[in-house]
Design a protein around this ligand. Structure first.
Ligand code: S3P
Length: 172
């Protein structure tokens, strides 16, 4: 009872601020599919911004909410889904996603990511109070998790639109 490959959800993973939501949205439009951003779904369901969830009830509770929302939405078909940069830290989440979605890892070099820090940091509770060295360490630790079994797309040199076209072509 596996979902046929053409009906599978398409999922984007990768570090905070690499463009999962932007590219996910574009890919969804090009394929005439609905786009789902898991963080936005968590915010809607719990009526609280992600930053407030972290502040008021903590990361552990957030990870539980994240797992629940992903589990629910991965049961759908023909969607394009972007998940937060920490979702794949949970083994159960990885398994659910990999069985129900075609997963693309959006990769970026540390150098390019560093140039975007000011745009990213304020809205990301995981980065609050971290030094540049701490962030670099986290960036590389996470890379090891994302890299394992997915199609990796480097986003350093191309515009979101070109990357989305490339992804859509690769599905043909
Ligand atoms: C997180 C990434 C965020 C959001 C939360 C935690 C993480 O999503 O889920 O702040 O642990 O990497 P984005 O990757 O969309 O920024």
């Amino acid at each position: 009872h596996d979902v046929p490959i053409k009906e599978k959800n398409i999922m984007f993973i990768g570090f905070m601020g690499v463009g999962k939501t932007t590219i996910g949205n574009l890919v969804a439009k090009k394929l005439y599919r609905d786009f789902i951003d898991i963080d936005q779904e968590i915010e809607r369901k719990h009526k609280m911004p992600v930053t407030e969830i972290f502040k008021q009830i903590g990361e552990k509770a957030f990870r539980q909410m994240e797992k629940e929302v992903i589990t629910e939405l991965c049961q759908k078909k023909l969607k394009v889904i972007s998940v937060g940069g920490g979702a794949f830290l949970q083994e159960e989440v990885r398994e659910i996603c990999l069985s129900s979605c075609i997963v693309f890892y959006l990769d970026l070099s540390w150098g390019s990511w560093k140039d975007r820090i000011s745009l990213i940091v304020d809205s990301r509770p995981v980065l609050q109070g971290k030094s540049l060295e701490d962030m670099e360490k986290l960036f590389h630790e996470r890379k090891a998790i994302y890299s394992t079994h997915h199609s990796k797309i480097n986003t350093d040199k191309q515009e979101a639109e070109e990357i989305a076209d490339y992804i859509v072509d690769s599905l043909k």
